[in-house]
Ligand binder design. Structure first.
Ligand code: RIB
Length: 292
């Protein structure tokens, strides 16, 4: 069985849905409220576990009811939590609006996620035996992600960075990434695909939602991968499932274009339920969607 290690964030998502997005200074009424489990890292770990990978999570929660609910949910999904710390900060929170088309706007309050540091990450990764693919996002501090990337390279593993939310990245971190998975906005904020490849990224997979995605690798022509049909309810977390599925497929030894097609189908399926983890697919469900 393939192994995926996620270094990332845990949030509790406070979601208002149904209606349209407010403009600046405007109040709108929305149809419903829900409290769901989130955080890009927690979502990625949950998605990798649903797809059948042995999945480890490295991150932090607070000693509070949100943190306990997050841990209970991750455990129930089969995610291994020996790399998770409980710290004297509140658990991370995301405030999310989802409009009638399923599009979202998200504001995050890092809380415990901001305490994840290099020593914790390095120790957690060193404790895991065998081959693995490591996944990270930027909702935990960059020094922690850089430590993950250095240890990943030293272990001979592959590193996937979902650069969300986009931040200026140290060139060393870019060069240690096997694959980066920005959306269009994030790719532009990071200086563009050519700059990322010139800095040494192995490949850059730019996701464009319903417009599919592009694979860029230095020295090769870009490859376009079309989007997979979906009945969209909520796009929250679709990118997290995309990145997790890419990690699972690469950990299974699939070539990058095939792994991206698998990830695109997994991401599409993840939009069909409410909440970031409302419709995480199994590998069999992804394979069926790829053949229909
Ligand atoms: O990618 C979706 C996630 O972003 C949400 O679950 C929210 O917690 C934010 O981290």
């Amino acid at each position: 069985m393939s192994t995926v290690i996620v270094v990332g964030s845990v949030n509790v998502d406070l979601v208002a849905a149904g209606g349209r997005m407010p403009r600046p200074g405007e109040t709108v009424a929305m149809a419903r409220f829900a409290q769901t489990q989130g955080g890009k890292g927690g979502n990625q770990a949950s998605a990798a576990a649903a797809l059948g990978a042995t999945t480890h999570f490295v991150g932090a929660v607070g000693d509070d009811s949100y943190g306990r609910s997050a841990v209970t949910d991750l455990q129930a999904r089969g995610v291994r939590l020996s790399g998770l710390r409980t710290v004297p900060e509140p658990t991370g929170v995301a405030v999310i609006l989802v409009d009638d088309s399923g599009e979202n706007s998200i504001a995050i309050i890092a809380g415990a996620n901001a305490t994840v540091g290099p020593a914790q990450v390095d120790a957690a990764l060193q404790a895991i035996d065998g081959e693995a693919v490591v996944v990270a996002c930027l909702e935990v501090p960059v020094p922690a992600i850089l430590a993950a990337a250095r240890t990943t390279r030293a272990r001979g593993w592959q590193m996937i960075l979902n650069p969300a939310p986009a931040l200026a990245l140290p060139p060393e971190l870019i060069a240690l990434c096997t694959v980066l998975t920005p959306n269009e906005t994030e790719a532009a904020a990071l200086g563009g695909v050519d700059a990322l490849l010139a800095a040494g990224a192995g490949s850059v997979v730019v996701t464009r939602g319903a417009d599919g995605c592009e694979i860029h690798t230095a020295g090769s022509e870009p490859t376009f991968v079309p989007a997979v049909q979906a009945s969209v309810v909520d796009t929250t977390g679709a990118g997290d499932t995309f990145t997790a599925a890419l990690a699972v497929a690469l950990a299974d030894g699939r070539p990058l274009p095939e792994a991206v097609r698998f990830a695109a189908a997994a991401g599409a399926l993840a939009t069909e339920g409410f909440g970031a983890r409302g419709s995480l697919p199994t590998a069999a469900e992804v394979d069926i969607r790829l053949t229909t």
